[in-house]
Design a binder for this molecule. Structure first.
Ligand SMILES: [Zn+2]
Ligand SMILES: [Zn+2]
Ligand SMILES: [Zn+2]
Length: 178
């Protein structure tokens, strides 16, 4: 068994990779199980948080032409960044290409029609994972600071991916090394 598959606390093998509601991956010690009733871990409470996998995009960095990747922060915010960029822990400065673009929610086209004006609806997902349907004609006039077009909005109920597994009671993630 490799060192990285072992629990540093009790030497038991680590369990399968599981995912939290906001997409973070972790492995629990196989000598521990989450007890929903008492909201505590029975046995070994070791949890290993896995680093984010970067998702490669088909887009090129506008600054240097290297491929862009999607990266998620530990708070669940997503950003596009240049794969040629990095972070020097020693000097606490970015290295390579500094291009970063924060993603502020995503919109998807829906096969539904706005009940108010008959135009197509889009599904908007906020950075925190909330979803709403809104009219594709809706916009925001920055100068007048008011909504333009159709104002139809329907918030969708947040549906957890799986039954509450008590993830919010997990031990806090380790601080990133500064
Ligand atoms: Zn353990
Ligand atoms: Zn770049
Ligand atoms: Zn509409």
């Amino acid at each position: 068994m490799e060192e990285k598959d072992k629990c540093p606390t009790c030497n038991s093998p680590l369990g399968e990779i599981t995912e939290t509601a906001n997409g973070r991956k972790l492995r629990r010690c196989s000598a521990g199980t989450w007890n929903k009733d008492i909201r505590q871990t029975d046995g070994c409470a070791f949890v290993k948080w896995l680093p984010f996998e970067q998702e490669k995009l088909d887009e090129k960095c506008p600054e240097c032409g290297s491929p862009l990747v999607i990266q998620m922060t530990r708070f669940g915010k997503k950003m596009k960044k240049c794969s040629a960029g990095g972070w020097d822990k020693e000097t606490k400065k970015p290295t390579g290409c500094p291009y970063v673009e924060w993603i502020n929610g995503t919109t998807e086209k829906l096969d539904e029609i706005c009940p108010e004006c008959g135009k197509p609806l889009v599904l908007f997902t906020t950075t925190s994972g909330k979803k709403m349907k809104k009219c594709s004609t809706a916009g925001w006039d920055r100068e007048a600071k008011k909504a333009t077009g159709c104002t139809y909005v329907e918030w969708l109920k947040y549906v957890p991916k799986e039954e509450n597994t008590g993830e919010e009671f997990l031990p806090p993630e380790p601080e990133e090394e500064k």
